[in-house]
Design a protein around this ligand. Sequence first.
Ligand SMILES: NC(=O)c1ccc[n+]([C@@H]2O[C@H](COP(=O)([O-])OP(=O)(O)OC[C@H]3O[C@@H](n4cnc5c(N)ncnc54)[C@H](OP(=O)(O)O)[C@@H]3O)[C@@H](O)[C@H]2O)c1
Length: 248
Amino acid sequence: MALINRTILITGGNSGIGRALAEALQAQGNRIIVTGRKTDSLNAVLAANPGMVGYRLDVMDPAVLTDFPARVIADHPDLDTIILNAGIMETEDYTAAPVALDVAHRTIATNVTAPIELAAALLPHLQTRPQAALFTVSSGLAFVPKAGNPVYSASKAAIHSWTQSLRHQLRDTSVRVHEIVPPLVATELTPGQSQVAAAMPLDAFTQEVVTILSQTVIPDEVLVDRVNFQRRAEADGRFAAAFATINA
Ligand SMILES: NC(=O)c1ccc[n+]([C@@H]2O[C@H](COP(=O)([O-])OP(=O)(O)OC[C@H]3O[C@@H](n4cnc5c(N)ncnc54)[C@H](OP(=O)(O)O)[C@@H]3O)[C@@H](O)[C@H]2O)c1
């Protein structure tokens, strides 16, 4: 069902893709709850968007992750849609000695463990709603990895696989499960990325996603045209060429 007249929680809604989706989905007539780690940008989003509600949430903090779901459900019993968007992307060098594992640990905690734990805590409530949806946010790099970001790419491949299983398990419930698969988009996910010419402009990406989310039947995977270069690479027999392009 199209995302209209929903109560939508968006993690990482204080910047980049999360903020853009929050604003666009509010303009479509949805009630929006955003979370963010940085207080300044969270307050800025709320100030710019009257009616939007926000919570400070650091998904690396286990205590916060445990307390937050009950709090948001108590405050917003009509919550029926979650977009698990918060994520980080950092580089790693496995030719170094020793290999620093701090990036791997925080990437897995942020991009994999946190969405799984939030989903697990919120799904019992979502299943009480007549129409509900859970969106994960993976990446084109789930399908063709970027070698400089091995655990990031693997974390998104893990989210893709997990989303498929979740969708199957929940098929007879009121919760529809979708995966948003962004290509390279002009945000500050990595320093300077918003200025990279090859990145898809954030406005264009958001507009294409919101058009898909406005369809009567939202597809399992929310794919803008540009991401098919990666999403369809293996199926089209182009994986080696796509890998070479991404890792040139
Ligand atoms: N931009 C791209 O090219 C691209 C491509 C494919 C997939 N994606 C995915 O899209 C999602 C959004 O990324 P973006 O491009 O919009 O980058 P972004 O502007 O850096 O946004 C990332 C968001 O995640 C939040 N976050 C990170 N660590 C957190 C933590 N420990 N606790 C709570 N929130 C945390 C950030 O909050 P703070 O700002 O408060 O730290 C921020 O709101 C990510 O999952 C990313 O992997 C992006």
